[in-house]
Write a protein that binds this ligand. Structure first.
Ligand SMILES: Cc1ncc(COP(=O)(O)O)c(C=O)c1O
Length: 441
C-alpha cells in the first residue's frame, strides 16, 4: 500500500511565504543584491551558450522507445489468423480477445467491460465526450449540448489536454485542488450538488503532473457521492496505471469494484493506453465501461469505425505476451527513467533547502510538479526560455491556462538525455533563485 507521510510533499508543507524566504530574508539588502548579481552572471553564461533543450512534454526518450523495437519483428501473417478469426479483415469492433485479456490482466478490469481500440486514449476521451454532447449518456438523458449550462470539474494542477477538450466543448471549468490523497473531496462533494456539473477529469494514479495517487477513501467517495446530475460521469484516465519507478509503487483501488458495491458503475468511463508502454501514437488504447454503458456506446462507436487496427493489437499481444512479461518490460523502462527522476529531484533539493520551492516526489508516472514562490512561475518560465530551455507552458496545468497563484511548473524529465537534464536542471535552479530574489526586492 501507499505509505503516507514518509515522503516530503508540497501538500504536507504548505508554502508560507514568510517562512520559506527566511534564508534569503536573513540577508541584508546588499547581500541579496550581491547574490542576485552572482546568479545572474552564472545565468548569463548559460544563456550565451545558445542551448536548445526541451523539458516540456512527457514523451519517452529514444532509449526507452528502443526497448519496444521488438514490435517490428513480433508479428507474422499466421499470428493474425491463429485464433480462427482473420484479424487482417474487418470486424471485432470491441478489439481482439487477446488484447482485451491483456488489458484486463494489467488493469484489473473485467475483460467483458473492455474495448481494445485505436492508437490514442485521448481520442477515445474526446469522442466519448462528443457522444455525450450529441447523444447524451443514454436512457433518454438530454444530450449535453442541449443543456443551458454545463460545468466540468478539473483537478489542478492537471493535464492541459483534458482541460482543453472540455473548454472547447463549452463547459465551464471548475478547479478542484489536488491533495496528497487525490482531489479535495469535500469540495467535490459540494460542487456536484449543482446539476450543471456533468463530470470530472481524473488521472487517479501518478497523476499528471503531481504524481499523486488517489487513496482508497477518495475513490470510494468519488463513486458513492450523491450527484445532482443523474448523468454525471467520471472520466477515469488511468494513463500511468503500471508506470511505477520503484518496486513498491502506489496501489490504486479498484474503481469498478467499489462503484459496483454502491450500484454506481455507470458513473465511470475508464481509459488507458500503451502509449508509454510501447510507442506513443502507435500503441493500443482501451476504454472500459459498465455493461449498461457499453450497450449504449458500442452501437455509436460502430457508426464511427467498422473496427480498430487489429493487426497492431495482435502485434502488441505478440510482443507484450502477458501481464508478467509486460511488467518486466515496464521494469526495464523504469530502469532508464529512474536516473532522470533522481537527477531532477537532486537539483530541486537545493531549492527546498533554500526554502524557495516545494515539489512532488512521485513513485511513478512521467512528471514532477514544482511550486516556486507564488508570483514567480512566469518569470522562471521566461528566464528558462531565454536560456534556450523549453518548459511546459506556464499556467498549462490549470483550466484556461491560468495559474491563479503563478506558482506551478510541470517538469517532464523523461525526454531529455541525462546530460541535457543535468544542464537544464542547473539552469532551472538558477532561474528559480533569481526569480525568488527579484521578488523580495
Ligand atoms: C494523463 C494523460 N492521459 C492521456 C495521455 C495521452 O494518451 P494517448 O497517447 O493514449 O492518447 C497523456 C499523455 O501525456 C496523459 O498524460
Amino acid at each position: 500500500m501507499k505509505e503516507r507521510g514518509a515522503r516530503p510533499s508540497f501538500f504536507s508543507e504548505k508554502i508560507n511565504k514568510r517562512d520559506v524566504c527566511m534564508k534569503f530574508n536573513e540577508l541584508s539588502a546588499e547581500e541579496r543584491a550581491a547574490l542576485l548579481s552572482q546568479y545572474t552572471a552564472e545565468y548569463e553564461a548559460y544563456r550565451a551558450r545558445g542551448l536548445r533543450l526541451d523539458l516540456s512534454r512527457g514523451k519517452p526518450a529514444a532509449e526507452q522507445l528502443d526497448l519496444s523495437n521488438g514490435l517490428f519483428q513480433a508479428l507474422s501473417a499466421e499470428d493474425c489468423r491463429a485464433t480462427g478469426a482473420d484479424y487482417r479483415n474487418y470486424g471485432l469492433g470491441e478489439g481482439i480477445p487477446a488484447m482485451r485479456h491483456l488489458f484486463s490482466e494489467l488493469y484489473g478490469v473485467p475483460e467483458e467491460l473492455i474495448l481494445a481500440c485505436g492508437n490514442s486514449s485521448l481520442q477515445l476521451m474526446h469522442d466519448t465526450l462528443m457522444r455525450c454532447m450529441v447523444f447524451g449518456v443514454g436512457d433518454g438523458h438530454t444530450p449535453w449540448c442541449r443543456e443551458e449550462r454545463i460545468k466540468w470539474l478539473c483537478v489542478t494542477p492537471g493535464y492541459d489536454r483534458h482541460f482543453a477538450i472540455t473548454e472547447r466543448l463549452g463547459f465551464e471549468l471548475i478547479s478542484v485542488p489536488m491533495t496528497e490523497d487525490g482531489p479535495d473531496m469535500d469540495m467535490v462533494e459540494e460542487l456536484v450538488k449543482d446539476s450543471a456539473v456533468k463530470g470530472m477529469w481524473c488521472v487517479p494514479k501518478y497523476s499528471n503532473p503531481t504524481g499523486n495517487t488517489y487513496s482508497e477513501e477518495t475513490v470510494r467517495r468519488l463513486v458513492s457521492m450523491p450527484c445532482a446530475a443523474p448523468d454525471f460521469r467520471i472520466f477515469w484516465d488511468n494513463a500511468y496505471a503500471i508506470h511505477d519507478l520503484e518496486l513498491d509503487g502506489d496501489v490504486l483501488a479498484d474503481v469498478f469494484a467499489l462503484a459496483e458495491e454502491v450500484g454506481n458503475e455507470d458513473r465511470i468511463y475508464y481509459f488507458a493506453s500503451t502509449s508509454k508502454i510501447t510507442f506513443p501514437g502507435a500503441g493500443v488504447a482501451m476504454m472500459a465501461a459498465s455493461k449498461h454503458n457499453l450497450a449504449h456506446l458500442k452501437p455509436l462507436m460502430n457508426l464511427q469505425t467498422i473496427g480498430y487496427d487489429k493487426i497492431n493489437q495482435c502485434r502488441h499481444v505478440a510482443f507484450l505476451k502477458d501481464g508478467a512479461t509486460t511488467m518486466a518490460h515496464m521494469h526495464a523502462l523504469a530502469d532508464s527513467l529512474r536516473p532522470k527522476f533522481a537527477c531532477t529531484l537532486r537539483h530541486l533539493s537545493e531549492l527546498r533547502a533554500l526554502g524557495i520551492a516545494s515539489y512532488t516526489e512521485p513513485k511513478g508516472g512521467y512528471f514532477v510538479s514544482l511550486d516556486v514562490l507564488p508570483g514567480t512561475a512566469r518569470r522562471v518560465f521566461f528566464l528558462m526560455k531565454e536560456a534556450g530551455v523549453t518548459l511546459t507552458q506556464v499556467g498549462a496545468t490549470f483550466p484556461y491556462g491560468v495559474d491563479p497563484k503563478d506558482t506551478n511548473l510541470r517538469l517532464a524529465p523523461t525526454y531529455a538525455t541525462l546530460e541535457e537534464l543535468e544542464l537544464g536542471m542547473s539552469i532551472l535552479v538558477l532561474a528559480v533563485k533569481i526569480a525568488a530574489l527579484e521578488s523580495m526586492v
